[in-house]
Write a protein that binds this ligand. Sequence first.
Ligand SMILES: Cc1cc2nc3c(=O)[nH]c(=O)nc-3n(C[C@H](O)[C@H](O)[C@H](O)COP(=O)(O)OP(=O)(O)OC[C@H]3O[C@@H](n4cnc5c(N)ncnc54)[C@H](O)[C@@H]3O)c2cc1C
Length: 176
Amino acid sequence: MKEPTRQTDVLLVGFGPVGATMANLLGEYGVQVLAIDKATEIFPKPRAISLDNEALRILQLAGLREGAFDTVAIPEVRMCSPGLGLFARVRTAGCVDGHPKLVTFHQPELEAALRNRTRQHPSVVLELGVELGDFGERGRSGELGGFGERGRWGKVGGFGGRGRWEGSGELDVLGG
Ligand SMILES: Cc1cc2nc3c(=O)[nH]c(=O)nc-3n(C[C@H](O)[C@H](O)[C@H](O)COP(=O)(O)OP(=O)(O)OC[C@H]3O[C@@H](n4cnc5c(N)ncnc54)[C@H](O)[C@@H]3O)c2cc1C
């Protein structure tokens, strides 16, 4: 039986906030993206708790409109240590380029907003429950192996001499 074959320009491994933002940025330009994550769900606990104006600008570029996830502006940051007590105050009130200088947010909600946005890009395919096991280059092609609930990923080709992609890579999904 012939194995099903996938073609992609970009393989994104990991669909946390960084991978999901990258997928949306590439999707805005119609780049073919295959994104995989070994997890099947968004990690439910908050981890990162603040974003600065630059991060908010990038999320806007990635297609998140104002109000896509809740933020609360942080007007001042106080730095304390057990030995010195309060040793610095940073004024973070105000905006840069229309974005607050610093906000707090709930990471799972941001990730959900990014995933919702990803669904609007037909060139972006997301496969959850798929883990990249290893990756290596051999001659003009790369190889990857991964195991997950959705099957095993086979080989990917398309590396040029200096590690650059030459055209589309090819992914074989074995047993998926
Ligand atoms: C307890 C804790 C507290 C934190 N507090 C803060 C904070 O206060 N401020 C702050 O800025 N940051 C904080 N962080 C860091 C925060 O989690 C990261 O900034 C953010 O999650 C990084 O996003 P990411 O997309 O790069 O990585 P991650 O969110 O880690 O996402 C990586 C994804 O890749 C997937 N993955 C990994 N390996 C594979 C593989 N081989 N195949 C397929 N998928 C794979 C994982 O399942 C995961 O979904 C904290 C982290 C922890 C653990």
